[in-house]
Design a binder for this molecule. Sequence first.
Ligand code: HEM
Length: 139
Amino acid sequence: MTQQQIALVQQSFAAIRSDADLIAMRFYARLFFLDSSLRPLFPGSLTEQGRKLLTMLAFVVKGLDNPGELLPHVVRLGERHRGYGVEESQYATVGEALLWTLEKELGSKFDVDVREAWSAAYTLLATTMTEQSAEQIAA
Ligand code: HEM
């Protein structure tokens, strides 16, 4: 990610953060529309789950300024996701639902540059979550 992309992700996220519960509901509605087989992976409260997701996104968005500190947390998040039974192929669907949700929230502010910046951020997260393990980071 370029410095400019990091700035675009941070600025656009700051513009939407107030509607956390609504954003989360839209996200899950879109996710299960794209792939209803993912629904059983989330047996608990989607409001709670959505809050955790958005808190984590806020943490990640802030952490982009300091990837060396951020990425080990993301690696551990990926390890926990393997424990939840999440498969690598499912990351693309989650990414699509996330970009769709951001587009709905940001409207015309979600221009090509902002979309590309978010896409790069999500790819960085998904790649780190699926391809790395804590041992590799430590090595
Ligand atoms: C960048 C991508 C993602 C982020 C930031 C993220 C974030 C989170 C967070 C913060 C939690 C709370 C528990 C924890 O911290 O371990 C969680 C749980 C979970 N996530 Fe994700 N996640 C991502 C991708 C995915 C994908 C691709 C799937 C696949 C469908 C998924 C499915 C789940 C499930 C099943 C749980 C546990 C639900 C439960 O315990 O009821 N996540 N996620």
